[in-house]
Design a protein around this ligand. Structure first.
Ligand code: 4NP
Length: 156
């Protein structure tokens, strides 16, 4: 059975589109399906931020076909894993959860690198291009671990 993974941030134009593109590049599309969404509705239908598009291009990833959409409660039924970028996203997604099963799917993405430390992927929207490079590196490291877990190379 295919595993469906959702990446979530606030706007769905900076961090989660990068996480989506990076995890897709590390997994077999026949086995793993990856999508992204924002907790907010500010950028529904929009392309990723040009700074995310640029940093992805530097690493040979094309994320230009992605379009922003808002997280909805139905996403709990479609996805087995919901990775959020920061503790605000975590609180917003958990607030929509209907039961423990929904809640069990939600995880801070940097838990994969720093378990139990509650580390956020910083929101780079108001900052400089350097922030996007930093975000890319964090997400690349986390997605490497996630990809290996999904492909059964290390125990969950
Ligand atoms: P993201 O960054 O959550 O990584 O997509 C943001 C993009 C836009 C806004 C906030 C964060 N905004 O307020 O418009």
């Amino acid at each position: 059975m295919k595993t469906n993974v959702l990446m979530v941030c606030l706007g769905n134009i900076c961090r989660s589109p990068l996480a989506e593109g990076i995890l897709k590049s590390k997994t077999d599309p026949k086995k793993v399906s990856v999508d992204s969404a924002g907790t907010g509705d500010y950028h529904v239908g929009h392309q990723p931020d040009p700074r995310s598009i640029d940093i992805a291009k530097t690493y040979n990833l094309d994320i230009t076909s992605q379009r922003g959409r808002q997280f909805s409660v139905q996403d709990f039924d479609k996805f087995q894993h919901i990775y959020v970028m920061d503790t605000f996203n975590y609180a917003d997604v958990i607030a929509l959860a209907r039961n423990d099963k929904d809640r069990s799917k939600v995880k801070l993405i940097l838990e994969e690198i720093f378990p139990g430390e509650n580390v956020d992927v910083p929101d780079p929207y108001q900052g400089l291009a350097e922030g996007f490079k930093n975000v890319y590196k964090m997400l690349d490291e986390a997605c490497e671990i996630i990809a290996k877990k999904l492909e059964g190379k290390t125990p969950e």
